[in-house]
Ligand binder design. Structure first.
Ligand code: NAD
Length: 320
């Protein structure tokens, strides 16, 4: 069984990473938790307010491409595991500037894997349902489905997953991959769908929705994802892929309407804009393997979890 004694978490100042930090620090077997984050535009120092008061916790500003730094952090902290969440994560940006995604998501992951091999540290890769491309209606992709990414973002994540698997086949490295569906929750960057819709609704501005808004996503609360990542590291078999989803499919239009209803605003604020190129119509994952092998399942009901998220994000965005 892998040890939680000393963990290096990359991308811990971002959305999912900052929740994973909190969930890891709830564990008594975590003696040391080091966040390595480049603090790109997507990160926020205040995301780590609270955890930064814990003696076991340290934040280091740096790049996952900096091999010397990564090696030093692993050696100094005698790390027993790496959670790789560092990434360029916004699909729209990947369409405008794919190069950044190749560098961080592919080369960065390759760099971490090499250090993990040299230092013999188990490695968890946080990946996405987007690597499979669109899921046909009435189907769900299992872990063996063909990778068919549509965007530069998802292509970079699929490439990273293949490097992770190659590290196992070639060098016998202890690696495991968790592919997550769409997350909602606190501390998400303003540019992502839910904070964007709330931001515009609060200002009585048109809510921009790509195309018809009929794109379907499976929404999972970030607390459930973080516990799923922990369960994957703790119980996942080497070189297996696990799907972390909530079986909670909603259209983007439905998400927009739910937000408007909660904020007491009219549906007439919804404004359909030209669709994004390569926009996948639906993502849906078969999560049975995670349920049976990891003793994990998404527990937060969408209704209450989403309502709380909208309330909290709206409070933050009103204060801006
Ligand atoms: P995010 O953009 O909020 O956070 C990414 C973090 O990585 C930021 O703190 C950023 O500063 C850091 N980072 C970027 N480049 C770096 C580099 N070169 N070195 C060190 N740190 C760097 O993203 P997120 O939504 O929290 O996603 C985290 C991970 O989960 C990503 O790998 C993403 O692909 C994956 N994922 C996210 C979702 C989702 O719904 N948010 C769904 C599936 C998978």
């Amino acid at each position: 069984m892998r040890s939680f004694r000393s963990i290096l978490l990359t991308g811990g100042a971002g959305f999912i990473g900052s929740t994973l930090v909190r969930k890891l620090l709830e564990r008594e077997d975590v003696e040391r938790l080091v966040v390595l984050d480049k603090f790109t535009y997507a990160a926020d120092r205040s995301n780590l307010t609270g955890p930064d008061q814990d003696d076991r916790f340290q934040v280091v500003e740096g790049d996952i491409l900096d091999r010397e730094l990564v090696t030093r952090l692993i050696q100094e902290n005698r790390c027993s595991g790496i959670f790789n969440l560092a990434a360029e994560s916004h699909v729209d940006r990947s369409i405008k500037n794919p190069g950044d995604f190749v560098v961080t998501n592919i080369t960065g992951t390759a760099n971490l894997l090499e250090v993990a091999r040299e230092e013999e540290v188990p490695f968890l890769q946080c990946s996405t349902d987007e690597v499979y491309g669109p899921t046909p209606a009435h189907e769900k992709f299992d872990e063996g489905a063909k990778l068919k990414p549509s965007s530069p973002y998802s292509a970079s994540k699929a490439s990273a997953d293949l490097l992770v698997q190659a590290a196992h086949f070639t060098y016998g490295q202890d690696v495991v991959i968790a592919r997550c569906t769409n997350n909602y929750g606190p501390r998400q960057h303003r540019e992502k769908l839910i904070p964007t819709l709330i931001h515009h609704a609060l200002r009585d501005e048109p809510l921009p929705l790509y195309g018809s808004g009929q794109q379907i996503r499976d929404w999972i609360h970030v607390d459930d994802t973080s516990l799923g990542l922990i369960a994957t590291f703790e119980k996942g078999s080497p070189n297996r892929v696990y799907h972390l989803g909530a079986k909670c499919e909603r259209t983007n239009l439905g998400i927009a309407r739910t937000i408007l209803k909660q904020l007491g605003k009219p549906n007439s604020l919804i404004s359909h804009v030209t669709d994004r190129p390569g926009h996948d119509s639906r993502y849906a994952l078969d999560v049975r393997l995670a349920l049976t092998s990891l003793d994990w399942r998404a527990r937060i009901p969408f209704r209450s979890g989403f309502e709380k998220t909208v309330r909290e994000l709206a409070a933050g965005l009103r204060a801006d």
